[in-house]
Design a protein around this ligand. Structure first.
Ligand code: NI
Ligand code: MN
Length: 230
């Protein structure tokens, strides 16, 4: 059994018999957050890109748990320079960790970290993650537009759960996320990265209803604080 708990925005806690993984731990300052960084107990932290709503509290959580941050190289080096324990990887690379198998996939987005002064440190390419833990394959798309690369995911992997952004403006909107579902062909899709702010307001029920009506994938809405077990 693998348990996926939505902590709001793009933050997911994955608990499997192999370990505990948090992805994109944006909790402080996240209007949807249902947990504080100090509540988080994990073995690993996966970060898709350097934007504040994804890197979030990763460094503090890493230090307090002595948990490794897995991310694209430039972002990992940045976190390492702030004192976090890091494991740099890059797109196309995969690795078996005690907590599961992880592969970095392309995402079409940015990865600049905005400093308090307003200047931007560019932290390489953003990514999505394929994670196999507890015998389940999970795809977290990160922030991305609809990309043809998603067709390869559908061809090469049997994805149990796909976590896809639907908010629009910065990422895919529900129509593009629907096309992504048709390319990835996961067993289950759960929307994320919507309704955190007015700019990314969407109706997740409309999205999952369309998925359930028009594809073989099961669409499920998981609210912040709720879990889905597979
Ligand atoms: Ni972003
Ligand atoms: Mn984002």
């Amino acid at each position: 059994m693998v348990k996926l708990t939505f902590l709001g925005h793009a933050c997911w806690l994955i608990e499997s018999p192999q370990g505990r993984i948090i992805i994109d731990p944006f909790l402080n300052g996240n209007p949807q957050a249902v947990k504080k960084p100090d509540d988080i107990v994990v073995d690993a932290i996966l970060v898709t890109h350097g934007h504040g709503d994804h890197l979030g509290d990763a460094i503090a959580i890493s230090k307090r748990n002595n948990a490794v941050i897995v991310s694209p190289y430039e972002l990992a080096m940045f976190c390492g320079s702030k004192g976090a324990n890091v494991h740099p990887m890059h797109i196309g690379g995969s690795r078996e960790f005690p907590f599961g198998w992880v592969k970095l996939l392309p995402a079409s987005h940015g990865s600049g970290y905005v400093e308090d002064s307003g200047s931007i440190i560019y932290l390489g390419n953003p990514c999505g993650y394929l994670i196999k833990t507890g015998g389940r394959m999970i795809y977290h798309a990160g922030d991305t537009g609809l990309i043809a690369d998603m067709e390869l995911i559908g061809r090469l992997y049997e994805v149990d759960v796909a976590l896809l952004p639907i908010g629009g403006n910065f990422t895919m909107d529900p129509d593009d996320a629907f096309e992504a579902v048709k390319l990835i062909r996961p067993k289950v899709v759960i929307p994320m990265h919507y309704n955190t702010w007015p700019l990314i307001e969407q109706d997740p029920n409309k999205f999952v209803e369309r998925v359930n009506r028009e594809t073989n994938t099961k669409g499920v809405v998981v609210k912040p604080g709720e879990s889905y077990e597979i």
